[in-house]
Design a protein around this ligand. Structure first.
Ligand SMILES: Cc1cc2nc3c(=O)[nH]c(=O)nc-3n(C[C@H](O)[C@H](O)[C@H](O)COP(=O)(O)OP(=O)(O)OC[C@H]3O[C@@H](n4cnc5c(N)ncnc54)[C@H](O)[C@@H]3O)c2cc1C
Length: 400
């Protein structure tokens, strides 16, 4: 097992670094630095189209479908460099989630129709899995699809649907049979969000933003040609997609750049002559602990990459990476809130202050810290909760 990058990999890293430096638009970079998760859709599209034109939008896809053909180490380097350069995160629902399902299980007509528009960001996707009674126990989903000639008629309700209000398409799990085990009656449909009978209602989360939604289906007619694979076999495709979702969630590159920001905050000289945070031994210990944890996770990730490169099939590693990656992300955000102290309250640097004018409130580096902290409380829930990941590890590693 070799954890060092080779000369070719270092040359590749330099090439990526140079491209990002040249091509990320300055205004997007600035906005991404403050609110990585809250960019307008146009920003994501502008950046994703730049990557598309370079041929780098889908690092994980096989070359024949428009991917880069990069190996696991190159993909890791690319992600790390994008985070380091403060690039907006490529929105996962199309490229990381449904795209691989379509090229793996879809028919030729579906590949021709959907893949090019995912790559070019002309179609924006959302994920219709969770329901009120079906989160961790996803197979308990009840949204029903009944076949009527060449169409399915869909009735039911999805919840926590990120970005549904901005999406053109939803990949959706529906119940097509109540016979046998509950996993055996699920079908995977691609649904045009403009179809009559779909209603999207916003959910405002505690960070103050609307990214989450409820989606209601009232006699929504979906052509059978939009079904992936076989009827009642959707659970297989759904699980394949979840594996891809979790692998990308560890966010090591992003945590490294956030930790660097946190260290800058700790080294800043306070205006009031108080000592710097970095000179407070208690605070310095917290920083050191986070850095040690993050280094350990990075080493573990590199070990996983080395194993994959040596042909070892992936096991419970995605779950381990997800648990530790999201815990570290949360620890960084909590420590940032501690670092900016009461300036976390006004939320944004440029908000109106109590006198009603737009004088900045607090230091510039306080921008966006609190919303990100609140948003990331959910990181140990979405993509499968920490408890559920621990169950996966217990089964796969401990044989329980
Ligand atoms: C910010 C955010 C974005 C999301 N985006 C999407 C999206 O775009 N599309 C989508 O379909 N869904 C989305 N989700 C939903 C997400 O997948 C679910 O919230 C998640 O799967 C948990 O399901 P639940 O909320 O129903 O909680 P529940 O499953 O009801 O779990 C409640 C608690 O019980 C614990 N628990 C449950 N089962 C077990 C068990 N077997 N063993 C031990 N503990 C258990 C859980 O860990 C949790 O602590 C999103 C969620 C959030 C918070």
């Amino acid at each position: 097992m070799d954890l060092q990058f080779t000369d070719e990999e270092i040359a590749f890293r330099d090439e990526v670094r140079a491209f990002l430096k040249e091509n990320i638009p300055a205004d997007i970079k600035e906005r991404a630095k403050i609110g990585w998760n809250y960019l307008p859709k146009e920003d994501y599209i502008r950046w994703q189209k730049a990557l598309y034109e370079k041929g780098w939008i889908a690092p994980g896809w096989p070359k024949e479908h428009g991917g880069t053909g990069w190996n696991a180490a190159q993909r890791f380097i690319f992600e790390e460099e994008c985070a380091r350069a403060n690039c907006p995160r490529v929105q996962p629902f199309g490229v990381t989630m449904v795209g691989p399902v379509i090229y793996t299980f879809g028919n030729q007509a579906q590949k021709d129709r959907f893949l090019p528009r995912i790559l070019s960001s002309d179609d924006w996707w959302c994920q219709g899995y969770s329901e009120r009674g079906a989160g961790s126990d996803l197979a308990g989903l009840a949204t029903k699809a009944v076949r009527d000639g060449d169409e399915y008629v869909v009735n039911g309700h999805k919840i926590w649907t990120s970005g549904a209000h901005r999406a053109d398409w939803m990949f959706c799990l529906v119940r097509t049979s109540a016979e046998g085990k509950k996993q055996e009656g699920i079908t995977f449909l691609l649904i045009d969000m403009k179809t009559p009978g779909i209603e999207v209602k916003p959910i405002i989360s505690m960070d103050g933003y609307n990214n989450l939604n409820e989606v209601f289906f009232d006699d929504v007619r979906v052509p059978v040609e939009n079904r992936i694979g076989e009827e009642n076999k959707g659970w297989t495709y759904a699980k394949f997609l979840l594996g891809n979702e979790r692998t990308g969630i560890a966010g090591i590159g992003r945590s490294k750049s956030r930790l660097a920001e946190l260290k800058d905050m700790a080294r800043a000289e306070p205006d009031n002559g108080a000592r710097r945070l970095i000179d407070d031994p208690g605070f310095a210990v917290k920083l050191a602990q986070i850095e040690a944890d993050l280094n350990a996770l990075e080493m573990y990730n590199l070990r996983c990459l080395a194993d994959t490169a040596a042909g070892k099939p992936p096991g419970a590693e995605a779950s381990m990476l997800k648990i530790r990656g999201t815990e570290i992300e949360q620890a960084i955000n909590e420590t940032m809130v501690e670092a900016i102290a009461y300036f976390s309250a006004p939320y944004v640097h440029t908000g109106l202050n109590w006198q009603g004018n737009e004088e900045p409130v607090g230091p510039k580096h306080a921008d966006g810290v609190m919303p990100e902290h609140l948003l990331k409380r959910a990181a140990t829930i979405y993509g499968g909760t920490t408890e559920v990941q621990k169950n996966v590890i217990a089964k796969a590693v401990l044989g329980l």
